[in-house]
Structure formats: C-alpha cells, structure tokens
Design a protein around this ligand. Structure first.
Ligand SMILES: [Zn+2]
Length: 94
C-alpha cells in the first residue's frame, strides 16, 4: 500500500480532501486495494481535477506534466491569508 501523498505538492491525505485517480497504465489486480497497484495515485483536492484530465496518460507522464504545470503556482497552503494581510499592511500608509 503506497502512502496517500499528492505527487504534485507532497501534501498527505491526513485531514485533506482528495481522490485516488487511476491512469492509463493502471492494471487492476484480483486483490486490488486502493493505492496497492501501479498507475494509481492520490491527489489532493487542489490537484485532482487537473490529474483527472490526464488519465489517458501513464501515471509517470501525468505526474511529470502536472509537476511542471503547478511548479510556478505555489500550493494554497504556502500563502495563508495571514501572510497576505501582513504584506498588505506593510504597504499601507500610516
Ligand atoms: Zn496536491
């Protein structure tokens, strides 16, 4: 059983909404458990929609494309509202 960790942002499934997504190279086995076989990956809710659009690719292909796609976009957890507010206040005239 592989850990439920989003391959794009490395956030774990603990307390986060997300989904297991099967890719083109996923081969269901008789004793198939979620996350037990190749070609299936867990994605957090921020990245699952983009991953679902790539299920016609192999898991490795899709992860490489998604990692590139989101490389320039910080994960939502990296810019909490508090940080933006602090930055905003710094530039406010006194
Ligand atoms: Zn993610």
């Amino acid at each position: 059983m592989k850990p439920a960790v989003c391959p794009v942002c490395a956030r774990g499934a603990a307390g986060l909404p997300g989904a297991w997504i099967a890719f083109a190279d996923h081969v269901p086995t008789p004793s198939d458990e979620l996350g037990a076989s190749a070609g299936i990956e867990w994605f957090c809710s921020a990245h699952a929609p983009a991953a679902e659009a790539m299920t016609d690719r192999s898991a490795a292909d899709a992860i490489a494309a998604l990692t590139n796609m989101f490389a320039a976009v910080p994960a939502p957890s990296e810019s909490p509202p508090g940080a933006w507010l602090r930055r905003f206040r710094r530039f406010r005239p006194r």
